[in-house]
Design a protein around this ligand. Sequence first.
Ligand SMILES: [Zn+2]
Length: 282
Amino acid sequence: MSKTIPIDADARRAAKPVICYRTDQLPEFNAADYATAQRSMSQVSEVIVAPRDASVFEVKAGQFFRIVSVDGFQVGDLNLWNQHDLSERFYSGKTRQLHASHVTTGHRLWSTLPGLRPMATITADTLGWYGFDADGGSVHDVIGTRCDPYTNYLLNEVDYHHCCHSNLTRALAAHKNIDLSVAELHVHDVLNVFMCTGFTHDTHQYFMKASPVRAGDYLEFFAEIDLLGALSACPGGDCSSSHSDDVTTCYPLAVQVFEPAVGTLEGWASPERNGYGGGHGV
Ligand SMILES: [Zn+2]
């Protein structure tokens, strides 16, 4: 049964878009607040993430960390948790609503309800020049989820064990010494670091294209709370052709943690959990 198009269809479609959330009410980002600490910081650790695998890392509130493309042409899938409470984790959907479909310097990575506070702030992005291309694509998206063996099975009816979902699950299970089935429940929608994605203009389908990342590029974060992170070097490599298989050439990624000099973060305080009272109308 076909629906009749109302006579005022064009007028209804012409309603003006309104930005859902007033971002001017968010905690302000001032690059200068972090600049002194950035200039003084020194590297305290490095974790190398092997291709088609994931590694876990810890960052203290007040430290910086960088995800670095050490050999180039590689995207990464990032999960973040409150180091002391895995139930508070990165909330990709709300981050998307508060900032944009793709994140860069000045954007925050927000935590799940009821915490809803900045977990990390992006303080540098060597791919910040990319902007949005003619296809509507950009880098570092919070619109995709993560490649996973279930969707792959649904589409291809094969078991593939090195999707980012499985890589993150294995890494978290080993780090926390918990069963895979328990760890899997903590794995969540990611920040797709270096991945170039968008929605097609005609069918509005999620697309990926060759990442512009090259060796030496990095995305830098300031840890607003104590963080446990896990990063997967996606089996899609630069995501120019396929993922969830062993076809594409993949490269390692590095996670480097930096400690700023004492006294360079004056005025900064780790954010409290969200202030909502939790009554929910009862
Ligand atoms: Zn992946």
